[in-house]
Write a protein that binds this ligand. Structure first.
Ligand SMILES: Cc1cc2nc3c(=O)[nH]c(=O)nc-3n(C[C@H](O)[C@H](O)[C@H](O)COP(=O)(O)OP(=O)(O)OC[C@H]3O[C@@H](n4cnc5c(N)ncnc54)[C@H](O)[C@@H]3O)c2cc1C
Length: 354
């Protein structure tokens, strides 16, 4: 199918779209998580009698895995729009925005959801400006207003202390980025039917003024704090970059990923991908150890849902103790080496008594 010229009449309307993400032609988990939200919204719009309330996924890339595209349908999409071009191999703001904009102008969807990932949070603002329409970033809840049919977008605000409800009342499409892992991907339903529609874009449209010179993936340690079952984080209490070795050592002993407060990141002690908090990553591990971190509301916003929080701080009044399950009031420079030594002593095969 060829994309129509600019200004051509819309073919359909009222649909909910999700923007899938791919790496090397394979879809990433957030692509399926978005279907859970999208299906719920499309079904509700349908129940309210909205015409064309179907769920569509848009996939842009090259060498896309056919099974993954079918997988979107098995997991709830009614249609999958596929735009393939070497220019879309990896995310670049301009070609991705242009391709998506062209599809939107043609089909006039009602709602568009993207992941609140680096890609989604870069692509969607570009798009919002070009359409133009509103955009709510980093939503953790979505619903349809029974009376108006508007999208109700919920997101944490003011350091996670309040939940804000936002509507895009007068512009279309209504657009939101959705926090990864805020929904469980729907299970595939064998035999579920849908359409995979290939859209041919003018290569000229996909030209970019940005050239990709190379690609360096993050170190595993840097990338994995959101997936890790255990996270050990360090803050300003560590005093200098070299002392992060204490955090790394403890993390290694516990099989944990290394996190950090913003203060530690801003001092250049550790790179940004490790930052936990409002302007960093949200983590929800089984164990979170906060060392030399005061527990500002912005930091707590990124880790307060951890199952077990252990805090090490020499200030008994530090706010981190208010959320901690276990607190150690003391000097981290004394406590951490002693803890690491004890863990080493208890290692299986070291003759420890457990
Ligand atoms: C819009 C906005 C977004 C932000 N986003 C984030 C974010 O994503 N993540 C984040 O972390 N912050 C964020 N911040 C910054 C936040 O407000 C705090 O400034 C920051 O979290 C403080 O980092 P810290 O706890 O390492 O440092 P501090 O607040 O200085 O705390 C250091 C702690 O170390 C303890 N300490 C000192 N020496 C020792 C020792 N020898 N042994 C044991 N303990 C010791 C002290 O008692 C103190 O409690 C944000 C701020 C704003 C305004």
């Amino acid at each position: 199918m060829n994309a129509p010229a600019e200004g051509e009449q819309p073919l359909t309307g009222g649909a909910v779209w999700t923007v899938a993400e791919q790496v090397g032609g394979r879809l990433t988990p957030v692509s399926y998580e978005l279907l859970a939200w999208g299906r719920q919204l499309a079904d509700k719009l349908d129940a309210l009698g909205r015409k064309g309330a179907e769920l569509c996924s848009v996939v842009m890339g090259t060498g896309l895995d056919e099974g993954d595209l079918r997988g979107l349908i098995l997991r709830g999409a009614d249609k999958v729009y596929v735009v393939e071009s070497p220019a879309l191999e990896r995310f670049l703001a301009r070609p991705y925005t242009r391709a998506l904009e062209r599809l939107i102008r043609w089909h006039k969807p009602e709602i568009i959801l993207a992941g609140a990932t680096t890609t989604g949070r870069t692509l969607m603002p570009y798009l919002a400006v070009r359409i133009p329409t509103g955009l709510t970033a980093d939503c953790t809840g979505l619903d349809i207003d029974d009376e108006t049919g508007n999208l109700i977008q919920t997101r944490p605000a003011i350091g996670g202390n309040v939940l804000a409800t936002i509507v895009t009342a007068t512009h279309r499409p209504q657009m939101a980025t959705v926090r990864p892992r805020s929904a469980v991907p729907p299970p595939p339903v064998d035999g579920r039917q849908g359409e995979v529609i290939r859209v041919q874009m003018d290569e000229q449209l996909l030209q970019s003024r940005v050239e990709r010179l190379g690609f360096r993936s993050l170190e595993r340690d840097e990338a994995n704090i959101q997936e890790a079952e255990k996270v050990v984080s360090g803050g300003r209490g560590l005093k200098k970059a070299e002392n992060f070795a204490l955090i790394r050592e403890l993390a290694q002993k516990l099989g944990a990923a290394v996190g950090a407060s913003r203060d530690a990141v801003e001092r250049g002690w550790i790179p940004y991908p490790h930052q936990v908090g409002l302007s960093g990553k949200t983590v929800s591990p089984g164990l979170y150890v906060a060392v030399g971190i005061s527990g500002s509301i912005q930091h707590l916003a990124g880790m307060r849902t951890a199952d077990c929080i252990v805090a090490v701080n020499n200030d008994p009044d530090a706010q981190i103790f208010q959320v901690a399950d276990f607190g150690v009031v003391g000097d981290l420079f004394e406590f951490l080496p002693a803890l690491v030594e004890e863990l080493e002593r208890r290692k299986p095969g070291k003759g420890a008594d457990g």
